[in-house]
Design a protein around this ligand. Structure first.
Ligand SMILES: NC(=O)C1=CN([C@@H]2O[C@H](COP(=O)(O)OP(=O)(O)OC[C@H]3O[C@@H](n4cnc5c(N)ncnc54)[C@H](OP(=O)(O)O)[C@@H]3O)[C@@H](O)[C@H]2O)C=CC1
Ligand SMILES: CC(=O)C(=O)O
Ligand SMILES: [Mg+2]
Length: 766
């Protein structure tokens, strides 16, 4: 660790307050009534219910989602026995990872006790408090005794992370590494340096996966673990003792296909690495300093696949990829233990995820270049949101199949969706639209069909059955990019390609374009150029001509540029004069929608009314009841600027023409968000509670409010959603993510379905 990085790490731990986590309340505690519910006398009802039926503890307390991270500090990372106090930063860290990656609450408990029997007694007494026990950094062989005895005594999952978390991720990495070099696990020879908690658990699991025990040679601090050795031996190591005259690591590395290091820094020298078999797997996993640094290993063995436990090299083989998710699955299924079936399910899920298509969120988190399965990408990265969605259900299912689940999951689709909502925060809001789109998928044309994010989104859209994608773009480019990203889409089969360089529709389209734009000074020659060079114009014409049901554009280029083609070639809904936009912001405090009449800098009364009505209808499609405030610098008549007067007038018209809407204004934004503030100035307001739709007095205000809230509120957004187009069309921003594109795709398809329904009812077909 460089001096500078060490300083940064200390600062990270000191600020903004000491340590890395805190406890926060999940229920309101703002007044006397809350207090009487949360504490005496209300809490008594919860106590009595649990006394009568202990299973109620899972519904009335946080226990079912609470894990104890327990250590005695005897094997802290690769530092060894530095004691429980110095272990606390690692345990706090594990607790943070539980929370961030799997939404599991964890307490770190550092115990001043080395005797295994005493440790067992203390930890077993914690059973009423926790839904699971994660043992951490307890040295071998004591850790084996502690875990075994605890498993016998308590009825909740006990999992020694350094053993099993490590074993699971090491197994996934080795399976994938062997797949790449084409060596069957039954035939390889493995040398393991370290014979402690992590090493022996890894070997046990690898043996279960088919590695013959006789192909394994183990070394510890005293050298080779051989049959008949007495120094530093225990029965767990003895299980791997070989009949051999070799005595040191240097004696046993010749021709080994795998070096597995779970021991101490620098024990594998370059000279030893040189003697490994061709295309060896070198897993140097001691933390924070590995058995050999990747640059040294690479220098001597350019043919090797190299992994460490660290995040600053490729192939981070670290139990962080496992423990949050295996506990998530175990807790959700109410598992009484974590058994071999659950561990093997986790191995399989992790190994398979590495082979899946790259995720743009992972690409973003790791500096921009999509990673494909291969020697430098053996296993998924820790910031891959799919880890939760894939591992936890696999583990829960294995718990159920192996008969240890007390709360079996009945609907796995719903369970995956629920996990998805945690990792993709927009999931809950989007759910009704995804369901509608999946029920009636429609033709959806993507103007930027060559864009890598669009291709990934189209793959997900096809996988989830949300739409029949049409991609505007050159076939050769699309095919090359599909291949490069490992996507499975088959042009002509599950996506349609439109390439106007060689499409017979070219003539029809440019003439249609000229018909629509001819009176805006566009000559036939220009119309031809537009159709050849502006994919948004092509997509808009397809939608306008009912050759597609909806469109998405904007991943490349400026918003206004796309807006022009959408408004000129698709047009606006009857009764609407202009297009408007709305964005949903999903913040920790709730979901808020911000709308503005995008194309008019100073919207007139008509535009404000139309924007409000269109935005309200769109919010209803999310299954949310709109509570609308037209916000302004004026608060119920305190100002008379032209904008305030127009807003006031718009509210009057809304009250008269749309009495069904819960809407009021003009008002300050804080007054919109607080009933109390509103009551203080205008208790007669037609808006009850907190507004969830803020109609802005202009696009500048909307943009500023949106970006402030997004930066300060730490939320995610869905949008911009274009309001008022004659047929569903959306213009995303250039920074859109794949998830953002999939969200907008579901929205566009759901809108198209709704439009079809309304039209067919209008024709008497409904
Ligand atoms: N990447 C990951 O996800 C993980 C990495 N680890 C790393 O693995 C290492 C071991 O952790 P853990 O198993 O929990 O600890 P243990 O204390 O249980 O085991 C340590 C083992 O390493 C052996 N050892 C120590 N120094 C040397 C040496 N110089 N040469 C050979 N063997 C040596 C010890 O030998 P002896 O038995 O003779 O004392 C012991 O067998 C640590 O560096 C830890 O950071 C652990 C868990 C996960
Ligand atoms: C990663 C981990 O748990 C360890 O190094 O101990
Ligand atoms: Mg550990």
């Amino acid at each position: 660790m460089s001096k500078d990085f060490g300083k940064q790490a200390l600062r990270y731990h000191r600020h903004p307050r000491p340590g890395k986590l805190a406890i926060s309340a999940t229920t309101p505690l703002a007044n006397q009534r809350d207090l009487s519910l949360a504490y005496s006398p209300g809490v008594g009802a919860a106590c009595r219910a649990i006394a009568e039926n202990p299973l109620e503890v899972s519904t009335l307390t946080a226990r079912a989602n609470l894990v104890a991270v327990v250590t005695n500090g005897t094997a802290v990372l690769g530092f060894g026995d530095i004691g429980p106090l110095a272990a606390k930063p690692v345990m706090e860290g594990k607790a943070v990872l539980f929370k961030k990656f799997a939404n599991i609450d964890a307490f770190d408990l550092e115990l001043n006790e080395k005797d295994p029997e005493e440790l067992v007694k203390t930890i077993a007494r914690l059973e009423p408090s926790f839904g699971g026990i994660n043992l951490e950094d307890i040295k071998a062989p004591e850790c084996f005794i502690v875990e075994q005895q605890l498993r016998e005594r308590v009825n909740i999952p006990v999992f020694h992370d350094d053993q099993h978390g490590t074993a699971i991720i090491v197994s996934a990495a080795i399976l994938n590494g062997l797949h790449i070099v084409g060596k069957p696990i039954e035939q390889v020879r493995l040398v393991c340096c370290g014979a402690g908690a992590a090493a022996l658990a890894c070997l046990d699991l690898l043996v279960k996966l088919g590695l013959p025990r006789t192909h394994i040679t183990v070394c510890d601090i005293d050298g080779v673990v051989y049959a008949g050795r007495s120094k530093g031996m225990d029965r767990w190591k003895a299980a791997y003792a070989q009949e051999t005259s070799a005595r040191t690591l240097a004696d046993v590395v010749d021709g080994a296909d795998i070096f597995l290091g779970l021991s101490a820094p620098g024990v594998l020298t370059k000279a030893m690495a040189e003697r490994l078999a061709p295309q060896p797997l070198i897993l140097a996993l001691a933390n924070p300093v590995p058995e050999i640094l990747p640059e040294e290993a690479r220098e001597i063995r350019p043919d090797a696949i190299i992994a460490t436990g660290r995040s600053d090299y490729p192939n981070q083989v670290n139990n962080v990829l496992c423990f949050p998710y295996i506990f998530r699955g175990a807790l959700d299924a109410g598992a009484s233990t974590i058994n071999d079936a659950m561990k093997l399910a986790a191995v399989q899920a992790i190994a398979e995820l590495a082979k899946a298509e790259p995720s743009d969120l992972v690409t973003k988190a790791y500096g921009g270049k999509p990673e494909r399965f291969g020697p430098d990408y053996l296993i998924p990265r820790p910031f891959d949101p799919r880890l939760l969605v894939r591992i936890a259900p696999a583990v829960a299912k294995a718990a159920m199949d192996s008969g240890v689940a007390s709360r079996p999951i009945t609907d796995f689709t719903a369970y995956r969706q629920q996990l998805g909502q945690f990792v993709y925060k927009s999931g809950l809001l989007m759910k009704p639209l995804f369901e509608r789109a999946a029920r009636h998928p429609k033709r959806l044309v993507y103007a930027e069909g060559e864009d890598r994010r669009v291709l990934q989104a189209a793959q997900q859209v096809v996988d989830e059955g949300l739409a029949y994608p049409i991609l505007v773009g050159r076939r050769a480019v699309i095919e090359a990019r599909l291949k490069e990203q490992g996507l499975r889409l088959k042009p002509g089969q599950d996506v349609t390609l439109v390439n106007l360089d060689d499409d017979p529709r070219f003539g029809t389209y440019w003439r249609a374009c000229h018909r629509l734009l001819g009176r805006q000074g566009v000559s036939p020659e220009e119309a031809r150029a537009i159709i050849r060079t502006q994919p948004t114009a092509v997509a808009a014409l397809m939608v306008g001509r009912h050759e597609a049901d909806s469109m998405i554009c904007g991943a490349v280029g400026k918003f206004q540029h796309h807006l022009r083609y959408v408004s000129d070639l698709i047009g606006v809904e009857p009764g609407t004069s202009r297009l408007a936009t709305m964005t949903a912001l999903i913040l920790p405090s709730g979901t808020y929608f911000i709308a503005d009449s995008h194309s008019q800098q100073e919207p007139d009364v008509d535009a404000l009314v139309q924007t409000t009505v269109r935005a309200a209808r769109q919010i209803e499609a999310f299954g949310v009841k709109p509570r609308i405030a037209l916000v302004s610098r004026s608060n119920f008549g305190t100002g008379d600027t032209p904008s305030a007067v127009r807003t006031r007038e718009a509210v009057k018209r809304l009250h008269a023409e749309h009495p069904e809407l819960e809407v009021d204004g003009e008002m300050h934004a804080d007054v919109a968000l607080s009933r109390e503030l509103r009551d203080a100035v205008y208790p007669e307001s037609r808006l009850a509670g907190c507004a969830n739709l803020l109609i802005m007095p202009g696009p500048d205000a909307a943009h500023i409010a949106y970006s402030l809230l997004k930066s300060l509120g730490g939320g995610v957004s869905v949008g911009p959603i274009l309001l008022g187009a004659a047929r569903p069309a959306h213009i995303v921003t250039q920074s859109v993510t794949v998830r953002g594109l999939v969200n907008m795709s579901a929205l566009a398809v759901a809108q198209a379905g709704e439009q079809d329904r309304v039209e067919s009812e209008g024709l008497g077909l409904g």
